[in-house]
Write a protein that binds this ligand. Structure first.
Ligand SMILES: O=C(O)CCC(=O)C(=O)O
Ligand SMILES: [Fe+2]
Length: 247
């Protein structure tokens, strides 16, 4: 009986989360000037993946993570959790910020595909999950994207001389292929792989060719900032800046 009750509730939750995701995606495409129906049919025919994550209490939470840093390869993810643990990367200063636990609140993560769709106006969120030594944490993540072979591309309307195309197009299957060949726990990220002219961007961001590097650092925080091993890169950029300043 208990299982039956869970089954119904889970099914109901999945349906409602999906409807909410469709509405949010409509609001996002509208905010980009593409109209609320721009992706409607592709999202309606798209995929929903529900991940139920259980993070057991851990005697030494400082030594490990529940989930390593990553961004979601979805358009958006809707998360409901039982307690604190989720942290998001604040690229303005390279620190992790704990998401507060508001009872019953849903968190919405912008995923990689919305970053591509918006030509970088929306940034997919880098997040991780920490553990605690008091209680088990449970989260339900509902990931919403287009069909497995549907390519997400930046609309022409969002591309101009001032805002050149920043990302290659890709499908969910492309991501799965990327996953089979790369270890994301090693810090590899698909969105970085999709970036066009990433090498030249990276060079600018080091400040090596720019005397106003502190501005670059800010720009890095607000703007591009993720990297396959972005934390390492963030540190390296700082290190390079120091070397430049000292030398
Ligand atoms: O447990 C959480 O709060 C987040 C889960 C998550 O990031 C994921 O499933 O991709
Ligand atoms: Fe995630």
């Amino acid at each position: 009986m208990l299982m039956l009750g869970c089954r119904e509730k889970t099914g109901d939750y999945a349906i409602k989360a999906r409807l909410l995701a469709l509405k949010i995606m409509g609001a996002i495409t509208e905010s980009l000037g593409m109209g609320s129906k721009y992706l409607e049919s592709k999202m309606e025919d798209g995929m929903q993946v529900i991940a139920v994550n259980c993070y057991p209490q851990c005697p030494e939470p400082n030594l490990t993570l529940g989930l390593p840093p990553h961004s979601d390869y979805s358009c958006i993810t809707i998360v409901l959790h039982s307690s604190c643990g989720l942290e998001i990367m604040d690229f303005t200063d390279g620190t992790w910020r704990l998401v507060p636990n508001l009872h019953g609140a849903l968190q919405v993560h912008v995923g990689d595909h919305v970053e591509v769709l918006s030509n970088g106006l929306y940034k997919s969120m880098v997040h991780r999950v920490t553990l605690n030594n008091e209680k088990t944490r449970v989260s339900i993540a509902s990931l919403h994207s287009m069909g497995i072979d549907e390519k997400m591309a930046t609309p022409e309307e969002l591309i101009s001389n001032e805002h050149p195309k920043k990302y290659k197009e890709s499908s969910f299957r492309d991501f799965l292929n990327f996953l089979s060949n790369n270890d994301i726990t090693d810090g590899k990220s698909f969105i970085e792989f999709l970036k066009i002219n990433y090498e030249s961007w990276q060079c600018d961001q080091t400040g090596l060719s720019n005397e106003n590097a502190p501005v670059c650092m800010n720009k890095m925080g607000e703007d591009n900032s993720r990297d396959g091993d972005y934390l390492m890169k963030f540190k390296n950029v700082k290190k390079k800046r120091k070397t430049i300043e000292n030398g």
